[in-house]
Design a protein around this ligand. Structure first.
Ligand SMILES: C[S@@+](CC[C@H](N)C(=O)[O-])C[C@H]1O[C@@H](n2cnc3c(N)ncnc32)[C@H](O)[C@@H]1O
Length: 208
């Protein structure tokens, strides 16, 4: 079965549909990974944070209060909810904008921390997204990724079966750690298992 390509049209259509129910469907179920990622950020105390694929902004109220935080996403509908959250929590240091994480209008090394929570298996070109995160991260900073990665043989089989449907609802279901993290030039410093059955990982890396 050949892998179906995820397109930006798939991502936008899919998150237009998910936006209204996203927090109820994917809030609690993916929270363990978000909490582990947030603990890494808190330990590093970065002064500036970029979140690519910020979605409805579930992490935004939990970043260190003194940091400058920028979130980007390709879905207007997800961002509208993130903007409400920013207002509700009065996050004066936080802004979000509609931008493609694979090609962003920021300077090289502009952020001390670039976080990618559950976006690398959603974006059309995961390698381009990781390269852009590395470009925007300062040489002394960190890129932190939370994501589902392909698991045991049984899971891998089920993921392969789900692949054609997964592309249509906007993500790559079989997603290899070795292919996407191992072969990148990220210098991984910590990997933690997260979420149900440890099917996700939280990966902390330096860019040098
Ligand atoms: C699974 S949601 C994750 C949202 C949030 N980070 C969380 O933890 O719940 C993936 C988000 O990534 C966004 N996305 C996908 N590809 C993107 C890209 N290339 N640039 C920016 N956002 C993207 C989607 O629109 C969606 O809002």
């Amino acid at each position: 079965m050949s892998e179906q390509k995820v397109t930006f049209a798939d991502v936008k259509t899919s998150y237009r549909r998910w936006a209204g129910v996203y927090d109820r469907v994917f809030g609690a179920v993916l929270q363990d990974g978000r909490n582990k990622l947030l603990r890494q950020v808190a330990a590093l105390q970065p002064k500036s944070i970029l979140e690519i694929g910020v979605g409805t902004g579930l992490l935004l109220p939990h970043y260190p209060p003194n940091a400058r935080v920028v979130g980007v996403d390709v879905s207007d509908e997800m961002l509208a909810i993130a903007r409400e959250r920013i207002k509700k929590h009065n996050l004066t240091n936080t802004s979000v904008q509609l931008s493609d994480g694979e090609s962003l209008p920021f300077k090289d090394a502009e952020f001390e921390c670039v976080v990618l929570p559950y976006v690398i298996s959603v974006t059309p070109d995961p390698k381009a997204l990781i390269n852009e995160a590395m470009r925007l991260c300062s040489p002394t900073g960190h890129v932190i990724i939370a994501n589902h990665f392909s698991g045991s043989k049984t899971w891998a089989f089920l993921e392969k079966v789900a692949e054609p449907i997964a592309a249509k609802i906007g993500f790559h279901s079989s997603f290899s750690y070795d292919e996407h993290i191992g072969k990148s030039s990220l210098n991984v410093t910590k990997v933690e298992a997260a979420n149900l059955l440890g099917l996700s990982k939280v990966v902390t890396a330096k860019v040098r």
